[in-house]
Design a protein around this ligand. Structure first.
Ligand SMILES: NC(=O)c1ccc[n+]([C@@H]2O[C@H](COP(=O)([O-])OP(=O)(O)OC[C@H]3O[C@@H](n4cnc5c(N)ncnc54)[C@H](OP(=O)(O)O)[C@@H]3O)[C@@H](O)[C@H]2O)c1
Length: 228
């Protein structure tokens, strides 16, 4: 039987992690689809399908999956990489306007839930040989309190629950769910030093892995997975 070209969908792809992922997976023979607010669909190439969409609207996730399926096929790897934050004064986290809190929570969690739903629906239609991997780009905010980043931390924490629960629940069906979290060597958050290439290397390994590993993929550039 002819083998089917695998497809990766990257939700929220920009110049750093998104582009490194796109390049790394394309080099492994994947067809690549990316979404972002500023990508132009008219700039799509034979190697990359661009889908314009704003993840503050969960319907954009369903739209992206529908376009990918009809143009490239069912994605066997889905990465949710977008994030939103409205910083707050460290001594007044409740000052965030409700409209901003709600929008950020949709981007950081509700749209991720929809993406995981859509991904799992697709995984169920793929053969056991397919990767069937969902990866959310997180950070340390689900494990520590950063006083000025409350709404980002609420979203990352809630989504960590989705990932952890799904990792356990779908393990026997061969679906894998991960929370990627780059750290510095001492375990502190990578912050502005996050490395797109290191994310691509880890995410490729996770996609190629045959079984579910630790859902919380804390990792260090040049080292790989490291439990903190
Ligand atoms: N481990 C750490 O310490 C750490 C540190 C920093 C960041 N992070 C995480 O890394 C991820 C981002 O990494 P990066 O900046 O290197 O990735 P990137 O691929 O360079 O950029 C992410 C892209 O997501 C898109 N995006 C943002 N909001 C969106 C929305 N509402 N709808 C659709 N697309 C949206 C943006 O493009 P458009 O503007 O065109 O929409 C942006 O270019 C986030 O999940 C963040 O929380 C982790």
């Amino acid at each position: 039987m002819a083998s089917v070209t695998p497809v990766i969908l990257i939700l929220g792809a920009g110049a750093n992690i998104g582009q490194h992922l796109a390049r790394a997976f394309a080099a492994q023979g994947y067809k690549v689809a990316v979404t972002a607010r500023r990508v132009k669909e008219s700039d799509s190439t034979a190697d990359q399908l661009n889908i314009t969409g704003d993840l503050s609207d969960p319907h954009s996730v369903v739209d992206a999956f529908s376009k990918v399926k009809s143009s490239l096929g069912i994605p066997s790897v889905v990465v949710y990489n977008a994030a939103a934050v409205t910083p707050n004064p460290p001594n007044n986290p409740l000052a965030i306007p409700t409209v901003d809190f709600s929008r950020d929570l949709t981007i950081n969690t509700t749209s991720v839930f929809v993406a995981a739903q859509q991904a799992a629906e697709g995984f169920a239609q793929l053969p056991d040989s397919a990767s069937r991997t969902f990866i959310y780009t997180g950070n340390a905010c689900n494990t520590i309190v950063i006083p000025s980043l409350m709404d980002l931390s609420v979203g990352k924490s809630a989504t960590a629950q989705i990932i952890q629960t799904a990792a356990g629940a779908y393990k026997d069906r061969g679906f894998k769910f991960y929370y990627g979290d780059e750290r510095k060597a001492d375990g502190s958050p990578a912050y502005g030093a996050i490395d797109g290439e290191a994310h691509a290397k880890l995410y490729l390994e996770l996609a190629e892995g045959k079984t579910q590993g630790p859902w919380q993929q804390t990792f260090v550039k040049g080292v790989g997975y490291k439990k903190f």
